[in-house]
Structures are given as structure tokens and as C-alpha cells.
Design a protein around this ligand. Structure first.
Ligand code: NAD
Ligand code: DAU
Length: 356
């Protein structure tokens, strides 16, 4: 089996769902269930013996050691993190604890387990760390996209904490020989995305008749990748990535934020027109900019494409249409997230905290 951490979050849950759709290999899913963890996203796996969920912290070394000894996974894929830049600006403590201290404790528990494996299992074992393009900092308008050799220049508490975790993973390979892989991906979007992030926030606010808050001039550029393409890239890197290597993941889809918001409005105008016949663009409001806001990210994914033959399946146009349609088709998931009812899901569904 494989151990996935943070598998109740946006990307981790999409990864678990996709993994079990294409593999029979079981998944041990360790997630702390912070505000960002939502077991309702994994409701379709209820009763599926291939999915074992454990509520817990990657920073709990004893728990992780016990899980590794009991389940003996052949790989660990580390999605668990605090992930929202704005929250890291309001308070960085959880980011330091999970992204840095948590990753350190996870690495130590995995290293101890890995060190005791028989040689054949040791050679095949992998620790795949899921990271972000934000570690590279902000690009000038005409600068080439980030390659894997771009220097680290993180600008937010979030990206600094992720950069630290990437360095720890690198060091555990170089110093201790742990067979690691690292992926640095651009902005994801798609189903089950928590509506604190740009794309889901704009969709749910538009439908609720609320303002669409665009930070500053809205000309900050992000490079968008449909979440299921990120998941396929991680599967490919796990399968064939060279130990110790880093792979950038992206779909060559650079767009200014304001264009993203206009695209979402146009899709909603088509798929769910406003009752008054006006465009959803009437709800766009420019608000105060994010402190330290990175101006542009862009990923050069040629290494992953050339070395491992990975390509995204979705264009931005196909992916964003699917995403808007998904939110229209899943009002209950959205309502439970907005009301906070998703946090009672464990109790309601299972009657007690979940354990292995
Ligand atoms: P998310 O915030 O939606 O989910 C994070 C998950 O981790 C949640 O389920 C949460 O409960 C869990 N978690 C948090 N702290 C934990 C801890 N101490 N122990 C165990 N579980 C814990 O995040 P996401 O958007 O799914 O991102 C997943 C990973 O991918 C992160 O490492 C993030 O840095 C990286 N990433 C995200 C994006 C993006 O656009 N969202 C892009 C590139 C990389
Ligand atoms: O680049 C990868 C990163 O993408 C991941 O590592 C992070 O975990 C993920 O949260 C995301 O970070 P961003 O800060 O780019 O994503 P967010 O959706 O928060 O914002 C996208 C852009 O939209 C950014 O320029 C800020 C802007 N924005 C965001 C919100 C929430 C707005 O203009 N208004 C908003 O209300």
C-alpha cells in the first residue's frame, strides 16, 4: 500500500480518488482534519476496504512510526500542509508547525522505518514530497518560467515554510540516503477546492450574489493546472522519477487573475444566468492588495515532459468549464463547507473519531 498524508484536502483527496480509480493498491490516508480537511469529499469511498483513514498529525512521530510498522507502505506521498497564503499572513504558527516541524518529524519517522527494511524493499521505497512553485518567488513580466534550478526566493510565510520543507527533504536524501522525490507544482483548480482560494471563491460568491473580491489591479499572473493533471503527474513521478530529483509540474496556462474572474463570470452567465439578466461581472469589486503579493508565477515543465513523458490532459478552457459545472452540480458539498457542517461529517457518518 501507499501512505498519503493530507489526503482529505483538495489535492490529496483528488489524488486518493484518482489513485483508487486506476489502481487496486490500497491507500492509508493520514490527515489531521484541520479546517481544510473534508472527509465528505471521500464519501464515495465509504465501505471500500482499499481506503484506510486515520485522523492524526504528520508531526506525531509515534503515530507515524506505528502506522509505518503496521501497514508497511512502499511509499509515502506528503500532501499535508497549511496551504493558504492569506492565512499565513494573518498567523504563521500553524504553517511553521506543520510545514516545517511536521515535515521534519515525518522524515525522521520514515527514515527510521526505511533504515530497518530488507534491502530489496529499501531500494524500492519512495518518499514523495508535494511542493509548490511559490518557493521560487516572483517573476518579472518577461522572465522565463521557473525551471528546477531556479533559486529559492520565497516571499510569504507560506512559501517560506514550504521552501524550508523542500530543503529538509533534500537534506534527508543527501545526508541520510532517503529515496526522495519532490514535485513543485503551479496553481491547481478543480473539484472539491475549498472556497477560500480564488477560483472556488469566485464561483460560490457569484452564485450567492456576493462581491467578487479582486486583490489590487487583478493583473497578478498565476499558471493554472487542473487538479487531476497534477495527480497524474505525481503518479508518474512516483512510478518513474529519479531518486533525489525535483520535477516542476505545470500546464503552460499563465493568466492574470482578472481574466480568470471574467472567464468564470462568462461561464456562469451561460450555464446559470442571473435572474435579473445582468452579467456576473457586475459583482466584481477591487479590494486592498495582499501584502507582499507575488506578481507572477510560471512553471517550465519540460523536464517532466521530456524525462517521464507526462502531459496534462486538460486545457484551461476544458478544465475551467468542468470546474464551474462541478460547483453547479454539487450545491450540498458547497453548502456543508460554508455552514461548517462538513466538520461534523466524521461524527455523523462514523459515530466516533476514525482510527486505523
Ligand atoms: P489543503 O489545504 O486543501 O489540504 C491540506 C490537507 O492537509 C488538509 O486535509 C489538512 O487537514 C491536512 N493537514 C494539515 N496539517 C496537517 C498535519 N499536521 N498532519 C496531517 N494532515 C494535515 O491543501 P491542498 O491545496 O490540497 O495542497 C496540498 C499540498 O499541495 C500542499 O503541500 C501544498 O503546499 C501543495 N500545493 C498546492 C497547490 C494548490 O494550488 N493548491 C499547488 C502546488 C502545491
Ligand atoms: O502556486 C501554487 C500555490 O497556489 C499553492 O502553493 C498554494 O497552496 C495555493 O493556495 C495557491 O496560492 P495562491 O496565493 O496563488 O492562490 P489563491 O487562490 O489564494 O490566489 C490566487 C491569486 O488570486 C493570487 O494572486 C491572489 C488572488 N486573489 C485571491 C483571493 C482568495 C484575489 O485576487 N482575491 C481573492 O479573494
Amino acid at each position: 500500500m501507499i501512505l498519503v498524508t493530507g489526503g482529505a484536502g483538495f489535492i490529496g483527496a483528488n489524488f486518493v480518488l484518482d489513485w483508487l480509480a486506476v489502481h487496486d493498491e490500497p491507500v492509508l490516508n493520514l490527515d489531521k482534519l484541520t479546517y481544510a480537511g473534508n472527509l465528505e469529499t471521500l464519501a464515495s469511498l465509504q465501505g471500500d476496504a482499499r481506503h484506510v483513514f486515520v485522523q492524526g498529525d504528520i508531526g506525531d512521530g509515534a503515530l507515524v512510526a506505528d502506522l509505518l510498522a503496521t501497514h508497511r507502505p512502499r511509499a509515502v506521498i506528503n500532501f499535508a500542509a497549511e496551504s493558504h497564503v492569506d492565512r499565513s499572513i494573518h498567523g504563521a504558527e500553524d504553517f511553521i508547525q506543520t510545514n516545517i516541524v511536521g515535515t521534519f518529524r515525518l522524515l525522521e519517522a520514515v527514515r527510521a522505518h526505511w533504515g530497518g527494511l530488507p534491502e530489496a524493499d529499501k531500494a524500492g521505497f519512495r518518499f514523495l514530497h508535494v511542493s509548490t512553485d511559490e518557493v521560487y518567488g516572483s517573476l518579472a513580466p518577461d522572465a522565463p518560467a521557473f525551471t528546477e534550478t531556479h533559486g529559492f526566493e520565497p516571499n510569504s510565510p507560506y512559501s517560506a515554510s514550504k521552501a524550508a520543507s523542500d530543503h529538509l527533504v533534500r537534506a534527508w536524501h543527501h545526508t541520510h540516503g532517503l529515496p526522495v522525490l519532490t514535485t513543485n507544482c503551479s496553481n491547481n483548480y478543480g473539484p472539491f477546492h475549498f472556497p477560500e482560494k480564488l477560483i472556488p471563491l469566485m464561483i460560490v460568491n457569484a452564485l450567492a450574489g456576493k462581491a467578487l473580491p479582486v486583490y489590487g489591479d487583478g493583473m497578478q499572473v498565476r499558471d493554472w493546472l487542473y487538479v487531476k493533471d497534477h495527480c497524474s503527474a505525481i503518479r508518474r513521478v512516483l512510478e518513474a522519477g529519479a531518486v533525489g530529483e525535483t520535477y516542476n509540474v505545470g500546464g503552460w496556462n499563465e493568466k492574470p487573475n482578472i481574466e480568470i474572474v471574467h472567464t468564470i463570470c462568462a461561464l456562469l452567465d451561460e450555464l446559470r444566468p442571473r435572474a435579473d439578466g445582468a452579467s456576473y461581472t457586475a459583482q466584481i469589486t477591487h479590494v486592498k492588495d495582499r501584502p507582499g503579493h507575488d506578481r507572477r508565477y510560471a512553471i517550465d515543465a519540460r523536464k517532466l515532459e521530456a524525462a517521464l513523458g507526462w502531459k496534462p490532459a486538460e486545457t484551461f478552457e476544458s478544465g475551467i468549464r468542468k470546474t464551474v459545472q462541478w460547483y453547479l452540480d454539487h450545491p450540498d458539498w458547497v453548502a456543508h463547507v460554508q455552514s461548517g457542517a462538513y466538520r461534523q461529517w466524521v461524527q455523523a457518518q462514523y459515530g466516533a473519531p476514525v482510527a486505523a
